[in-house]
Ligand binder design. Structure first.
Ligand SMILES: *Cc1c(COP(=O)(O)O)cnc(C)c1O
Length: 449
């Protein structure tokens, strides 16, 4: 199909995610034909560095031979089969390996097929746990402002980004939302690196007052990614764990974005040395090849659902593609690659390179902050540095940076006024330098006027 026909048919029939389709009148989608390493390649051969890991899913680059082989080997055995009453080696191997790698105490794995549905499953598990352990009044969830936990109705209910949420409020679940950490605009005037997180007080107070009604607290550990790559210190998570223990509330960790090495450790919770009661994983789990998600749970959680059928305690929740063997086979290979290629150890010079860019970017008159955690890097553009005044969102400065960077061969999909990169973990230092140079030029150009 020639590109023009393809784009015409796309305009006629395809509804793209998270997109005002009218934008395509001026900026049509780019038709990708193939990909290799960090590059997406379009039909006319233009190459774009995928600096956002294709919405945070890709870990080791595109078209990875080992991941492709794992998929090909599995496809000749069985692509999919029912996972109730049946099981298979890739799922079993993946589950047992994940339990060994995950923060201590998480020993049970429930499969779903995307991040939002993992969050839904975790919320339902937490709720049902209290129903089955004589605390039926614990029915509500606490989340943080600007949180992002997905787009399905339950997940959206515990999210905080008003852009995605406001219009749906009448159909969302009732719960509590407390002011989350905002280190760039810290109301206490503290520095992120040395911070004991006094902003935790808001959450502490709410839970102390309302714990009788609270089933769980869901957070994105250390990184509120969709909120604009907001990064907060591990001390917040340690206080959260203590609070949950003291008031008998589940700590539900959404590591859908942060899991699998993004933050420099396997899981963001590892920076704080804490374990959640429920852990949601997806995105990087298959290295960006197949949809898959899991919820890890403690034995204590699991045991509350275990009993004779007639007690009706089972977790009666399923998805058609639960435990898909193709996805599980690739996910197992992802874990092999982590181990055999020492991926986590290889990150140090790269994360240092990202961190070192701070002074260069912050010297720009309209960059308010550069923040970085592991392989996540972000620059927040401001209209005025004094007072950290944001550009009006209607100006769509981030989109302008995106266009500018695209012309220079780098995909830097923005989040409002925040330009970020979250490249594959295997991105080379030279490629990282290119990403940063392009980000610098694009930001400088778009903030000149
Ligand atoms: C992407 C994301 C989700 C939702 O996952 P989907 O697979 O897009 O449904 C949930 N939580 C976090 C932190 C995410 O980054």
């Amino acid at each position: 199909m020639d590109t023009q026909t393809l784009l015409q048919l796309d305009r006629d029939h395809v509804w793209h995610p998270c997109t005002q389709q009218k934008d395509h009148e001026k900026l049509p989608p780019i038709a990708i034909e193939r990909a290799e390493g960090v590059y997406l390649i379009d039909k006319s051969g233009h190459r774009y560095i995928d600096a956002v890991s294709s919405w945070w899913v890709n870990l080791f680059g595109h078209n990875h031979p080992r991941l492709n082989n794992a998929l090909k080997t599995q496809i000749d055995k069985v692509s999919h089969h029912i996972f109730a009453g049946f099981t298979h080696e890739p799922a079993v191997e993946l589950a047992s390996r994940l339990c060994r790698l995950a923060p201590a105490g998480l020993n049970r794995v429930f499969f779903t097929d995307n991040g939002s549905s993992a969050v839904e499953a975790a919320l339902k598990m937490s709720f049902q746990y209290w129903q089955q352990t004589q605390r039926p009044q614990k029915t509500k969830f606490v989340s943080l402002t600007d949180a992002y936990h997905g787009e399905t109705v339950g997940a959206l209910s515990v999210s905080g980004c008003s852009l995605y949420k406001d219009i749906y409020r009448p159909i969302l679940l009732e719960g509590f939302q407390v002011q989350g950490p905002d280190c760039f605009r810290c109301p206490y005037g503290l520095q992120r690196e040395s911070c004991p997180a006094p902003c935790f007080e808001a959450l502490g107070k709410l839970v102390a007052d309302q714990h009788q009604e609270i089933a769980g607290i869901i957070v994105e550990p250390l990184l509120q990614a969709a909120a604009g790559m907001r990064i907060y210190p591990p001390s917040y998570l340690r206080q959260l764990r203590e609070l949950c223990d003291r008031f008998e509330v589940h700590y539900i960790a959404d590591e859908i974005a942060t899991g699998f090495g993004r933050t420099g450790k396997m899981f963001a919770n590892d920076h704080a040395g804490v374990s959640p009661d429920l852990l949601c994983l997806s995105k990087g789990i298959t290295g960006g090849t197949m949809p898959l998600a899991v919820v890890l749970a403690t034995d204590r959680m699991y045991d509350a659902f275990y009993g004779d059928y007639v007690d009706l305690k089972a977790f009666l929740h399923s998805h058609s593609y639960t435990g898909n063997p193709l996805a599980c086979a690739v996910a197992v290979e992802v874990l092999h690659i982590f181990e055999q290629e020492n991926i986590l150890d290889s990150l140090a010079p790269k994360t240092a390179l990202l961190a070192d860019s701070q002074s260069r970017f912050e010297a720009l008159p309209h960059v308010g902050e550069v923040r970085q955690l592991g392989m996540v890097w972000a620059a927040e553009m401001v209209q005025k540095k004094a007072g950290k005044i944001p550009y009006p969102w209607q100006e769509r400065r981030g989109l302008e940076v995106y266009k500018c960077a695209l012309e220079r061969g780098v995909v830097l999909r923005p989040l409002g006024n925040v330009i970020y990169c979250m490249p594959p973990l295997t991105t080379t230092e030279n490629e990282l330098r290119e990403i940063l140079d392009v980000a610098y030029e694009a930001i400088a150009e778009v903030t000149r006027s």
